[in-house]
Ligand binder design. Structure first.
Ligand code: NAP
Ligand code: GCO
Length: 266
């Protein structure tokens, strides 16, 4: 096989969770460009419809379903439907995620659980649902969207950091358990990416100046900018393609250098 052909996703079926917009949408669009058939889900029909329209605008015929990834029965039903209507899933991207920025002593146990549910329990639930099909098919790629918070802590994001740290270890465990079945499970750890999730951290101040957190991130990133969802496309294609068949249990940080950097000298 020619080397470039190893990056092709022709004939593959990819499920990207929570991919109506943001990082999931960019990753799914890249997969479509490389030949894959796209399946995505969101919690509400209007978001699925919005996603379908956005894919259509790019000339992509995606399959959208309503499904809450924290609900195991809904997820089992989704995977069954996809297998019947589209085919057996080759690539799963566990992208759906939420964050709550609340100081730990003010956070309720229920709020903590909600974050763990979407960001950690759901990747377990969805992976569990697709792995049997991948075993039957003889191959599979699972990509978990991790975070800087898989490695680092910061004020107000205790639940998110606990979930994303856990997701890093779930990634390694899926690799350990199913590597022999020719399933590669890797993570992508995005740095700070401009999406709706991080919009509150980039809001302009009343006087028109940049948000202090925005300035902090620019100073903390050797690339001196926020990432874009498109920055994640190449790495996501690599990890979904045959070009990465011996890469397993790895977290690929796509962070403009944040994790390599001690921070700007005073
Ligand atoms: P986003 O713009 O908020 O998009 C997240 C998507 O997940 C939304 O479509 C959301 O749908 C969906 N979702 C949430 N809960 C769900 C559920 N229970 N079932 C199904 N779908 C659900 O976030 P993003 O910035 O693109 O982030 C995508 C992933 O990357 C997340 O896992 C996030 O933690 C991670 N990440 C983001 C950054 C960053 O800087 N932006 C950095 C590192 C990692 P609704 O609109 O219905 O809520
Ligand atoms: C925050 C941010 C993050 C990022 C991302 C970093 O409040 O610190 O929202 O946690 O979204 O996950 O990799």
């Amino acid at each position: 096989m020619a080397l470039l052909d190893k990056f092709s996703l022709e004939g593959k079926i990819a499920l990207v969770t929570g991919a109506s917009y943001g990082i999931g949408f960019a990753i799914a669009s890249a997969y479509a460009e490389c030949g894959a058939t796209i399946v995505f889900n969101d919690i509400r029909q209007e978001l699925v419809d919005k996603g379908l329209a956005a894919y259509e605008e790019k000339g992509i015929k995606a399959h959208g379903y309503v499904c809450d990834v924290t609900d195991e029965a809904q997820v089992q039903e989704l995977v069954k439907k996809v297998e019947e209507e589209v085919g057996v899933i080759d690539i799963l991207v566990n992208n759906a995620g939420i964050i709550k920025r609340i100081p730990m002593v003010e956070m309720t146990a229920e709020q903590f659980r909600q974050v763990i549910d979407v960001d950690l329990n759901a990747p377990f639930i969805v992976s569990k649902a697709v792995i049997p099909g991948m075993i039957q098919k003889g191959h599979g790629k699972i990509i978990n969207i991790c975070s800087m918070m898989s490695e680092l802590g910061r004020e107000t994001v205790s639940a998110y950091a606990a979930a994303k740290g856990g997701l890093k270890m779930l990634t390694r465990n899926i690799c350990s358990e199913y590597g022999e079945a020719n399933i590669q499970c890797n993570g992508i750890g995005p740095g700070y990416i401009a999406t709706p999730q991080t919009a509150p951290l980039r809001e302009k101040q009343a006087d028109g100046s940049r948000h202090p957190f925005d300035q902090f991130i620019i100073a903390k990133t050797p690339a001196a900018r926020w990432g874009t969802p498109e920055d994640l496309q190449g790495p996501a294609v690599f990890l979904a393609s045959d070009a990465s068949d011996f890469v397993n249990g790895h977290i690929l940080y796509v962070d403009g250098g944040i994790l390599a950097y001690i921070g700007k000298q005073p």
